[in-house]
Design a binder for this molecule. Sequence first.
Ligand code: BG6
Length: 511
Amino acid sequence: MPSSSEWTNPLRDPRDARLPRIAGPSGMVIFGVTGDLAKKKLLPAIYDLAHRGLLPAGFTFVGFGRREWSNEQFQDYVRDAVEEKARTEFDEHVWQRLAEGMNFVQGNFDSNESFDELASTLSRLDKERGTGGNWAFYLSIPPNSFSDVCHQLDRTGMAVGGEKNWRRVVIEKPFGHDQESAHKLNEIVNAVFPEDAVFRIDHYLGKETVQNILALRFANQLFDPLWNAHYVDHVQITMAEDIGLGGRAGYYDGIGAARDVIQNHLLQLLALVAMEEPISFSPHEMQAEKVKVLRATRPIEPFSETTARGQYAAGWQGSEKVKGLREEEGFDPNSNTETYAACTLEINSRRWAGVPFYLRTGKRLGRRVTEIAIVFKNPPHQPFHPGQTASLGNNAVVIRVQPDEGVLMRFGSKVPGSAMEVRDVNMDFSYSEAFTEQSPEAYERLILDALLDEASLFPTNEEVELSWAILDPILDYWANNGAPDEYAAGSWGPESSDAILARDGRTWRRP
Ligand code: BG6
Protein backbone atom coordinates (compact mmCIF):
# COMPACT_ATOMS: atom_id res chain seq x y z
CA MET A 1 0.00 0.00 0.00
CA PRO A 2 1.36 3.46 -0.73
CA SER A 3 1.85 5.74 2.26
CA SER A 4 -0.62 8.60 2.81
CA SER A 5 1.81 11.09 1.29
CA GLU A 6 2.10 9.03 -1.87
CA TRP A 7 -1.66 9.13 -2.34
CA THR A 8 -1.72 12.90 -2.04
CA ASN A 9 0.99 13.60 -4.58
CA PRO A 10 -0.67 14.65 -7.84
CA LEU A 11 2.22 13.23 -9.78
CA ARG A 12 1.84 9.75 -8.28
CA ASP A 13 -1.75 9.47 -7.18
CA PRO A 14 -3.36 6.50 -8.94
CA ARG A 15 -6.76 8.24 -8.68
CA ASP A 16 -7.63 11.09 -11.01
CA ALA A 17 -4.64 13.38 -10.45
CA ARG A 18 -6.60 16.41 -11.57
CA LEU A 19 -8.84 16.30 -8.51
CA PRO A 20 -8.04 18.94 -5.90
CA ARG A 21 -6.09 17.75 -2.87
CA ILE A 22 -7.67 18.89 0.37
CA ALA A 23 -5.79 18.98 3.68
CA GLY A 24 -7.12 16.84 6.54
CA PRO A 25 -8.00 18.18 10.02
CA SER A 26 -5.13 20.42 11.10
CA GLY A 27 -3.92 23.78 12.30
CA MET A 28 -0.88 26.00 11.96
CA VAL A 29 1.06 28.15 14.40
CA ILE A 30 2.99 31.02 12.85
CA PHE A 31 6.01 32.45 14.64
CA GLY A 32 6.98 35.80 13.18
CA VAL A 33 3.39 36.55 12.22
CA THR A 34 3.90 40.33 12.35
CA GLY A 35 6.86 40.15 9.94
CA ASP A 36 6.90 41.26 6.32
CA LEU A 37 6.74 37.78 4.85
CA ALA A 38 3.71 36.71 6.89
CA LYS A 39 1.89 39.88 5.96
CA LYS A 40 2.69 39.83 2.25
CA LYS A 41 2.71 36.10 1.52
CA LEU A 42 1.71 33.63 4.25
CA LEU A 43 -1.53 35.14 5.51
CA PRO A 44 -2.85 35.91 2.00
CA ALA A 45 -1.89 32.38 0.87
CA ILE A 46 -3.82 30.81 3.76
CA TYR A 47 -6.87 32.86 2.81
CA ASP A 48 -6.46 31.87 -0.86
CA LEU A 49 -6.35 28.20 0.11
CA ALA A 50 -9.52 28.66 2.17
CA HIS A 51 -11.15 30.44 -0.74
CA ARG A 52 -10.26 27.58 -3.07
CA GLY A 53 -11.83 25.13 -0.58
CA LEU A 54 -8.55 23.32 0.05
CA LEU A 55 -8.42 23.72 3.84
CA PRO A 56 -10.36 21.48 6.24
CA ALA A 57 -13.57 22.82 7.76
CA GLY A 58 -12.10 23.49 11.23
CA PHE A 59 -8.77 24.84 10.01
CA THR A 60 -7.27 26.88 12.80
CA PHE A 61 -4.30 29.12 12.95
CA VAL A 62 -2.52 30.72 15.79
CA GLY A 63 -0.27 33.76 15.63
CA PHE A 64 2.47 33.95 18.24
CA GLY A 65 4.21 37.27 18.86
CA ARG A 66 5.23 39.97 21.30
CA ARG A 67 2.37 42.37 20.62
CA GLU A 68 -0.35 42.70 23.21
CA TRP A 69 -3.16 41.76 20.89
CA SER A 70 -6.57 40.24 21.54
CA ASN A 71 -7.84 37.63 19.08
CA GLU A 72 -9.99 40.35 17.51
CA GLN A 73 -7.04 42.70 17.00
CA PHE A 74 -5.12 39.83 15.44
CA GLN A 75 -8.03 39.07 13.13
CA ASP A 76 -8.14 42.73 12.04
CA TYR A 77 -4.44 42.61 11.25
CA VAL A 78 -4.87 39.44 9.19
CA ARG A 79 -7.91 40.86 7.43
CA ASP A 80 -5.92 43.91 6.30
CA ALA A 81 -3.15 41.68 4.95
CA VAL A 82 -5.66 39.49 3.12
CA GLU A 83 -7.61 42.39 1.65
CA GLU A 84 -4.42 43.96 0.43
CA LYS A 85 -2.54 40.96 -0.94
CA ALA A 86 -4.73 37.89 -1.48
CA ARG A 87 -4.76 36.57 -5.03
CA THR A 88 -8.42 35.52 -4.97
CA GLU A 89 -11.26 37.94 -4.39
CA PHE A 90 -12.33 38.84 -0.85
CA ASP A 91 -15.40 36.86 0.17
CA GLU A 92 -17.00 37.76 3.50
CA HIS A 93 -18.34 34.25 4.03
CA VAL A 94 -14.92 32.59 3.47
CA TRP A 95 -13.31 35.19 5.68
CA GLN A 96 -15.75 34.66 8.56
CA ARG A 97 -15.19 30.92 8.54
CA LEU A 98 -11.43 31.40 8.57
CA ALA A 99 -11.53 34.13 11.21
CA GLU A 100 -13.46 31.87 13.60
CA GLY A 101 -10.37 29.70 13.88
CA MET A 102 -7.86 32.53 14.32
CA ASN A 103 -6.15 32.97 17.68
CA PHE A 104 -3.30 35.01 19.05
CA VAL A 105 -0.90 34.03 21.82
CA GLN A 106 1.23 36.82 23.20
CA GLY A 107 4.74 35.87 24.22
CA ASN A 108 8.51 35.75 23.88
CA PHE A 109 10.56 32.96 22.36
CA ASP A 110 12.52 32.40 25.58
CA SER A 111 9.56 32.45 27.95
CA ASN A 112 8.39 29.16 29.49
CA GLU A 113 5.15 30.78 30.49
CA SER A 114 4.32 31.90 26.93
CA PHE A 115 4.92 28.43 25.51
CA ASP A 116 2.94 26.78 28.31
CA GLU A 117 0.09 29.02 27.29
CA LEU A 118 0.57 28.11 23.64
CA ALA A 119 0.45 24.40 24.54
CA SER A 120 -2.78 24.78 26.48
CA THR A 121 -4.26 26.89 23.65
CA LEU A 122 -3.53 24.11 21.15
CA SER A 123 -5.13 21.48 23.42
CA ARG A 124 -8.21 23.63 23.82
CA LEU A 125 -8.43 24.26 20.07
CA ASP A 126 -8.08 20.55 19.34
CA LYS A 127 -11.25 19.99 21.38
CA GLU A 128 -13.16 23.01 20.10
CA ARG A 129 -12.17 22.92 16.42
CA GLY A 130 -11.52 19.26 15.64
CA THR A 131 -7.92 19.84 14.57
CA GLY A 132 -7.12 16.32 15.76
CA GLY A 133 -3.80 17.26 17.39
CA ASN A 134 -2.27 17.87 13.93
CA TRP A 135 -0.15 21.02 13.99
CA ALA A 136 2.42 22.62 11.71
CA PHE A 137 4.73 25.19 13.32
CA TYR A 138 5.83 27.82 10.81
CA LEU A 139 9.11 29.52 11.72
CA SER A 140 9.19 32.81 9.85
CA ILE A 141 11.84 34.15 12.23
CA PRO A 142 15.59 34.87 12.15
CA PRO A 143 17.72 31.71 12.48
CA ASN A 144 19.17 32.86 15.81
CA SER A 145 15.71 32.29 17.31
CA PHE A 146 15.34 28.69 15.97
CA SER A 147 17.10 27.28 18.99
CA ASP A 148 14.79 28.93 21.56
CA VAL A 149 11.64 28.02 19.69
CA CYS A 150 12.69 24.40 19.03
CA HIS A 151 13.71 24.03 22.66
CA GLN A 152 10.37 25.35 23.87
CA LEU A 153 8.37 23.16 21.49
CA ASP A 154 10.36 20.20 22.77
CA ARG A 155 10.05 21.12 26.47
CA THR A 156 6.29 21.49 26.25
CA GLY A 157 5.84 18.25 24.29
CA MET A 158 4.36 20.16 21.34
CA ALA A 159 6.99 18.94 18.87
CA VAL A 160 5.96 15.29 18.85
CA GLY A 161 2.73 13.79 17.63
CA GLY A 162 1.20 10.54 18.79
CA GLU A 163 0.30 7.47 16.79
CA LYS A 164 -2.70 9.16 15.28
CA ASN A 165 -1.64 12.78 14.99
CA TRP A 166 1.31 14.64 13.54
CA ARG A 167 3.55 17.62 14.29
CA ARG A 168 5.67 19.33 11.62
CA VAL A 169 7.93 22.31 11.38
CA VAL A 170 8.07 24.60 8.35
CA ILE A 171 11.20 26.75 8.16
CA GLU A 172 11.87 29.92 6.21
CA LYS A 173 15.26 30.97 4.95
CA PRO A 174 17.88 32.20 5.60
CA PHE A 175 19.00 28.75 6.62
CA GLY A 176 22.46 29.68 7.91
CA HIS A 177 25.06 31.95 6.36
CA ASP A 178 27.56 29.26 5.40
CA GLN A 179 27.87 25.48 5.46
CA GLU A 180 28.99 25.32 9.06
CA SER A 181 26.17 27.47 10.43
CA ALA A 182 23.61 25.60 8.29
CA HIS A 183 24.92 22.34 9.73
CA LYS A 184 24.51 23.67 13.28
CA LEU A 185 20.95 24.80 12.52
CA ASN A 186 20.16 21.40 11.10
CA GLU A 187 21.46 19.81 14.30
CA ILE A 188 19.26 22.09 16.41
CA VAL A 189 16.15 21.40 14.35
CA ASN A 190 16.76 17.67 13.86
CA ALA A 191 17.36 17.19 17.60
CA VAL A 192 13.70 18.07 18.09
CA PHE A 193 11.96 17.20 14.79
CA PRO A 194 12.84 14.11 12.73
CA GLU A 195 13.90 15.05 9.21
CA ASP A 196 10.64 13.78 7.70
CA ALA A 197 8.75 16.31 9.85
CA VAL A 198 10.91 19.24 8.63
CA PHE A 199 9.76 21.31 5.65
CA ARG A 200 12.34 23.89 4.57
CA ILE A 201 10.79 26.49 2.32
CA ASP A 202 12.37 27.49 -0.96
CA HIS A 203 9.45 29.34 -2.46
CA TYR A 204 10.85 29.06 -5.98
CA LEU A 205 10.03 25.35 -5.92
CA GLY A 206 6.37 26.26 -5.34
CA LYS A 207 6.20 28.24 -8.59
CA GLU A 208 4.25 26.59 -11.42
CA THR A 209 6.92 27.38 -13.98
CA VAL A 210 9.60 25.77 -11.83
CA GLN A 211 7.56 22.58 -11.54
CA ASN A 212 7.09 22.79 -15.30
CA ILE A 213 10.83 22.10 -15.66
CA LEU A 214 9.97 18.54 -14.61
CA ALA A 215 7.13 18.33 -17.12
CA LEU A 216 9.22 19.82 -19.92
CA ARG A 217 12.13 17.49 -19.32
CA PHE A 218 10.46 14.25 -18.30
CA ALA A 219 7.07 14.22 -20.06
CA ASN A 220 8.51 14.97 -23.51
CA GLN A 221 10.82 13.21 -25.89
CA LEU A 222 11.80 16.36 -27.75
CA PHE A 223 14.33 17.83 -25.35
CA ASP A 224 16.10 15.02 -23.53
CA PRO A 225 18.29 13.79 -26.41
CA LEU A 226 19.82 17.29 -26.64
CA TRP A 227 20.03 17.93 -22.88
CA ASN A 228 23.73 17.18 -22.42
CA ALA A 229 27.28 18.27 -23.08
CA HIS A 230 27.24 16.97 -26.68
CA TYR A 231 24.74 19.64 -27.69
CA VAL A 232 24.56 22.25 -24.92
CA ASP A 233 27.16 25.02 -25.08
CA HIS A 234 26.30 26.61 -21.74
CA VAL A 235 23.40 27.42 -19.41
CA GLN A 236 22.47 30.85 -18.06
CA ILE A 237 20.28 31.17 -14.98
CA THR A 238 19.13 34.72 -14.34
CA MET A 239 17.04 36.17 -11.55
CA ALA A 240 16.88 39.92 -12.08
CA GLU A 241 14.78 42.25 -9.95
CA ASP A 242 14.01 45.91 -10.50
CA ILE A 243 13.18 46.59 -6.84
CA GLY A 244 15.70 48.11 -4.44
CA LEU A 245 16.28 47.28 -0.80
CA GLY A 246 14.59 50.19 0.95
CA GLY A 247 13.01 48.84 4.14
CA ARG A 248 14.93 45.54 4.11
CA ALA A 249 18.23 46.64 5.67
CA GLY A 250 17.66 44.63 8.85
CA TYR A 251 17.62 41.39 6.89
CA TYR A 252 19.82 42.19 3.90
CA ASP A 253 22.81 44.28 5.06
CA GLY A 254 25.68 41.87 5.58
CA ILE A 255 23.80 39.05 3.80
CA GLY A 256 23.96 40.05 0.15
CA ALA A 257 22.67 38.68 -3.14
CA ALA A 258 24.61 35.40 -3.20
CA ARG A 259 23.36 34.23 0.19
CA ASP A 260 19.89 35.62 -0.37
CA VAL A 261 19.23 34.07 -3.75
CA ILE A 262 22.02 31.96 -5.30
CA GLN A 263 22.44 29.57 -2.36
CA ASN A 264 18.78 28.63 -2.45
CA HIS A 265 16.63 29.62 -5.43
CA LEU A 266 19.24 29.55 -8.19
CA LEU A 267 20.96 26.36 -7.06
CA GLN A 268 17.59 24.65 -6.82
CA LEU A 269 16.83 25.75 -10.39
CA LEU A 270 20.21 24.41 -11.46
CA ALA A 271 19.48 21.10 -9.73
CA LEU A 272 16.12 20.69 -11.50
CA VAL A 273 17.57 21.59 -14.88
CA ALA A 274 20.61 19.36 -14.56
CA MET A 275 19.45 16.33 -12.56
CA GLU A 276 18.85 12.89 -14.01
CA GLU A 277 15.32 11.55 -14.37
CA PRO A 278 14.08 10.50 -10.92
CA ILE A 279 12.64 6.99 -10.58
CA SER A 280 9.43 8.64 -9.36
CA PHE A 281 8.41 12.02 -7.98
CA SER A 282 8.40 10.76 -4.40
CA PRO A 283 10.29 13.09 -2.04
CA HIS A 284 12.99 10.51 -1.55
CA GLU A 285 13.65 9.91 -5.25
CA MET A 286 13.52 13.60 -6.15
CA GLN A 287 15.87 14.57 -3.36
CA ALA A 288 18.25 11.73 -4.23
CA GLU A 289 18.66 13.07 -7.78
CA LYS A 290 19.05 16.69 -6.65
CA VAL A 291 21.65 15.68 -4.08
CA LYS A 292 23.63 13.80 -6.74
CA VAL A 293 23.81 16.82 -9.00
CA LEU A 294 24.61 19.27 -6.17
CA ARG A 295 27.36 16.96 -4.99
CA ALA A 296 28.91 17.08 -8.46
CA THR A 297 28.70 20.88 -8.75
CA ARG A 298 31.75 23.13 -8.17
CA PRO A 299 32.55 26.77 -8.76
CA ILE A 300 35.08 27.30 -11.55
CA GLU A 301 38.23 29.27 -10.64
CA PRO A 302 39.99 31.72 -10.72
CA PHE A 303 37.24 33.65 -8.94
CA SER A 304 38.76 36.96 -10.05
CA GLU A 305 37.63 36.00 -13.59
CA THR A 306 34.67 33.66 -13.05
CA THR A 307 32.66 35.60 -10.47
CA ALA A 308 31.44 39.18 -10.11
CA ARG A 309 29.67 41.17 -7.47
CA GLY A 310 28.25 44.62 -7.49
CA GLN A 311 26.34 47.17 -5.47
CA TYR A 312 23.78 49.50 -7.00
CA ALA A 313 24.52 53.20 -7.00
CA ALA A 314 21.93 55.91 -7.59
CA GLY A 315 20.34 55.87 -11.04
CA TRP A 316 17.11 55.78 -13.01
CA GLN A 317 14.63 52.97 -12.79
CA GLY A 318 12.50 53.77 -15.81
CA SER A 319 11.39 57.34 -15.20
CA GLU A 320 11.98 57.16 -11.44
CA LYS A 321 15.16 58.52 -9.88
CA VAL A 322 16.31 56.04 -7.23
CA LYS A 323 18.91 55.98 -4.43
CA GLY A 324 22.03 53.86 -4.22
CA LEU A 325 22.20 51.09 -1.62
CA ARG A 326 24.37 53.10 0.74
CA GLU A 327 21.77 55.86 0.86
CA GLU A 328 18.88 53.47 1.51
CA GLU A 329 17.38 53.77 4.95
CA GLY A 330 19.00 51.54 7.54
CA PHE A 331 22.05 50.55 5.47
CA ASP A 332 25.55 51.26 6.69
CA PRO A 333 26.79 54.17 4.49
CA ASN A 334 30.00 52.14 4.04
CA SER A 335 28.18 48.88 3.44
CA ASN A 336 30.01 46.36 1.27
CA THR A 337 26.95 44.18 0.90
CA GLU A 338 26.60 43.02 -2.69
CA THR A 339 23.27 43.54 -4.42
CA TYR A 340 24.47 41.76 -7.57
CA ALA A 341 26.22 38.41 -7.71
CA ALA A 342 27.32 36.21 -10.59
CA CYS A 343 29.33 33.02 -10.69
CA THR A 344 30.35 30.18 -12.98
CA LEU A 345 29.74 26.59 -11.98
CA GLU A 346 30.54 23.23 -13.51
CA ILE A 347 28.92 19.88 -12.97
CA ASN A 348 31.28 16.95 -12.92
CA SER A 349 29.15 14.33 -14.57
CA ARG A 350 29.10 12.60 -17.92
CA ARG A 351 26.02 14.58 -18.93
CA TRP A 352 27.46 18.01 -18.15
CA ALA A 353 31.27 17.82 -18.26
CA GLY A 354 32.67 21.01 -19.80
CA VAL A 355 29.34 22.93 -19.85
CA PRO A 356 29.54 26.14 -17.79
CA PHE A 357 26.48 27.12 -15.79
CA TYR A 358 26.47 30.91 -15.38
CA LEU A 359 24.29 32.17 -12.52
CA ARG A 360 23.44 35.81 -11.87
CA THR A 361 21.08 37.76 -9.69
CA GLY A 362 20.69 41.40 -8.78
CA LYS A 363 18.48 44.16 -7.42
CA ARG A 364 17.70 47.38 -9.27
CA LEU A 365 18.41 45.85 -12.66
CA GLY A 366 16.82 46.82 -15.97
CA ARG A 367 13.68 44.76 -15.37
CA ARG A 368 12.24 41.94 -13.32
CA VAL A 369 12.84 38.61 -14.99
CA THR A 370 13.75 35.08 -13.95
CA GLU A 371 14.72 32.68 -16.71
CA ILE A 372 16.84 29.67 -17.51
CA ALA A 373 18.45 29.68 -20.93
CA ILE A 374 19.84 26.43 -22.35
CA VAL A 375 22.11 27.67 -25.12
CA PHE A 376 23.10 25.11 -27.75
CA LYS A 377 26.34 24.65 -29.66
CA ASN A 378 26.58 25.63 -33.27
CA PRO A 379 26.16 22.82 -35.80
CA PRO A 380 29.49 21.12 -36.56
CA HIS A 381 29.11 22.12 -40.19
CA GLN A 382 26.87 24.50 -42.11
CA PRO A 383 26.61 24.49 -45.94
CA PHE A 384 26.16 28.27 -46.03
CA HIS A 385 28.46 31.13 -46.85
CA PRO A 386 29.46 32.88 -43.61
CA GLY A 387 27.52 35.99 -44.69
CA GLN A 388 24.31 34.00 -44.99
CA THR A 389 24.34 33.09 -41.31
CA ALA A 390 25.99 36.25 -39.99
CA SER A 391 22.82 37.18 -38.04
CA LEU A 392 22.26 33.70 -36.67
CA GLY A 393 22.93 33.16 -32.98
CA ASN A 394 23.00 29.93 -31.02
CA ASN A 395 19.80 27.89 -30.78
CA ALA A 396 18.28 28.17 -27.33
CA VAL A 397 15.48 26.91 -25.12
CA VAL A 398 14.51 29.55 -22.60
CA ILE A 399 12.35 28.64 -19.63
CA ARG A 400 10.72 31.88 -18.54
CA VAL A 401 9.99 31.47 -14.84
CA GLN A 402 8.49 34.95 -14.45
CA PRO A 403 6.94 37.25 -15.54
CA ASP A 404 5.35 36.27 -18.94
CA GLU A 405 5.61 32.65 -17.81
CA GLY A 406 6.35 30.30 -20.67
CA VAL A 407 8.98 28.59 -22.79
CA LEU A 408 10.69 30.05 -25.80
CA MET A 409 12.65 28.25 -28.50
CA ARG A 410 15.08 30.22 -30.60
CA PHE A 411 16.33 28.84 -33.90
CA GLY A 412 17.34 30.01 -37.36
CA SER A 413 14.93 30.53 -40.23
CA LYS A 414 15.28 31.69 -43.79
CA VAL A 415 14.46 35.33 -44.33
CA PRO A 416 11.80 35.53 -47.08
CA GLY A 417 13.19 36.66 -50.42
CA SER A 418 15.27 35.36 -53.30
CA ALA A 419 18.56 35.37 -51.36
CA MET A 420 19.50 32.82 -48.69
CA GLU A 421 19.83 34.55 -45.40
CA VAL A 422 19.24 32.84 -42.05
CA ARG A 423 18.16 34.77 -39.00
CA ASP A 424 17.02 34.00 -35.44
CA VAL A 425 13.29 33.54 -34.85
CA ASN A 426 11.38 32.71 -31.69
CA MET A 427 8.70 30.14 -31.10
CA ASP A 428 6.91 31.07 -27.94
CA PHE A 429 4.66 29.19 -25.55
CA SER A 430 2.92 31.45 -23.07
CA TYR A 431 0.99 30.18 -20.06
CA SER A 432 -1.53 32.98 -20.23
CA GLU A 433 -2.39 32.18 -23.86
CA ALA A 434 -2.35 28.38 -23.54
CA PHE A 435 -4.32 27.98 -20.33
CA THR A 436 -7.32 29.68 -18.80
CA GLU A 437 -6.44 28.51 -15.26
CA GLN A 438 -4.58 31.02 -13.11
CA SER A 439 -1.38 29.87 -11.43
CA PRO A 440 -1.61 29.69 -7.64
CA GLU A 441 0.99 31.58 -5.62
CA ALA A 442 4.03 29.52 -4.61
CA TYR A 443 3.11 29.79 -0.93
CA GLU A 444 -0.36 28.35 -1.50
CA ARG A 445 1.17 25.23 -2.98
CA LEU A 446 3.86 24.87 -0.32
CA ILE A 447 1.63 25.47 2.72
CA LEU A 448 -0.87 22.94 1.36
CA ASP A 449 1.91 20.43 0.66
CA ALA A 450 3.24 20.78 4.21
CA LEU A 451 -0.25 20.12 5.61
CA LEU A 452 -0.57 17.11 3.30
CA ASP A 453 2.86 15.72 4.26
CA GLU A 454 3.99 16.02 0.67
CA ALA A 455 7.70 16.82 0.81
CA SER A 456 8.85 16.62 -2.84
CA LEU A 457 9.15 20.41 -3.19
CA PHE A 458 11.13 20.99 0.02
CA PRO A 459 14.94 20.85 0.11
CA THR A 460 16.44 18.47 2.68
CA ASN A 461 19.15 19.24 5.24
CA GLU A 462 21.67 17.64 2.89
CA GLU A 463 20.66 19.79 -0.10
CA VAL A 464 20.93 22.95 1.99
CA GLU A 465 24.39 22.07 3.26
CA LEU A 466 25.60 21.04 -0.20
CA SER A 467 24.41 24.34 -1.64
CA TRP A 468 26.41 26.23 0.95
CA ALA A 469 29.43 24.05 0.20
CA ILE A 470 29.25 25.19 -3.45
CA LEU A 471 29.00 28.87 -2.51
CA ASP A 472 31.34 29.08 0.50
CA PRO A 473 34.63 29.27 -1.46
CA ILE A 474 33.30 32.20 -3.50
CA LEU A 475 32.06 33.99 -0.37
CA ASP A 476 35.46 33.49 1.28
CA TYR A 477 37.21 34.88 -1.77
CA TRP A 478 34.97 37.96 -1.84
CA ALA A 479 35.38 38.54 1.90
CA ASN A 480 39.13 38.85 1.37
CA ASN A 481 39.15 40.82 -1.86
CA GLY A 482 37.89 44.34 -1.50
CA ALA A 483 34.53 45.93 -2.12
CA PRO A 484 31.85 45.10 -4.73
CA ASP A 485 31.89 47.02 -8.03
CA GLU A 486 29.37 49.81 -8.45
CA TYR A 487 26.63 49.67 -11.07
CA ALA A 488 24.00 52.25 -11.84
CA ALA A 489 20.47 51.41 -10.78
CA GLY A 490 18.44 50.44 -13.87
CA SER A 491 21.46 48.96 -15.68
CA TRP A 492 22.29 45.24 -16.12
CA GLY A 493 24.93 45.05 -13.40
CA PRO A 494 28.67 45.73 -13.18
CA GLU A 495 30.99 45.42 -16.18
CA SER A 496 32.94 42.75 -14.33
CA SER A 497 29.92 40.50 -14.82
CA ASP A 498 30.03 40.86 -18.61
CA ALA A 499 33.72 40.05 -18.44
CA ILE A 500 32.96 36.59 -16.99
CA LEU A 501 31.26 35.54 -20.21
CA ALA A 502 33.45 37.62 -22.53
CA ARG A 503 36.40 35.58 -21.25
CA ASP A 504 34.69 32.51 -22.72
CA GLY A 505 33.64 34.31 -25.93
CA ARG A 506 30.00 34.53 -24.82
CA THR A 507 27.52 37.19 -23.70
CA TRP A 508 24.68 37.35 -21.21
CA ARG A 509 21.23 37.36 -22.69
CA ARG A 510 19.45 40.70 -22.46
CA PRO A 511 15.99 39.47 -21.50
C1 BG6 B 1 13.31 36.12 -1.67
C2 BG6 B 1 14.48 37.05 -1.48
O1 BG6 B 1 13.65 34.80 -1.31
O2 BG6 B 1 12.89 36.13 -3.03
C3 BG6 B 1 14.13 38.44 -1.94
O3 BG6 B 1 14.84 37.09 -0.11
C4 BG6 B 1 13.58 38.42 -3.34
O4 BG6 B 1 15.28 39.28 -1.86
C5 BG6 B 1 12.46 37.41 -3.45
O5 BG6 B 1 13.12 39.73 -3.64
C6 BG6 B 1 11.97 37.29 -4.87
O6 BG6 B 1 10.86 36.45 -4.96
P1 BG6 B 1 9.91 36.47 -6.21
O7 BG6 B 1 8.96 35.35 -5.95
O8 BG6 B 1 9.26 37.83 -6.22
O9 BG6 B 1 10.77 36.27 -7.40
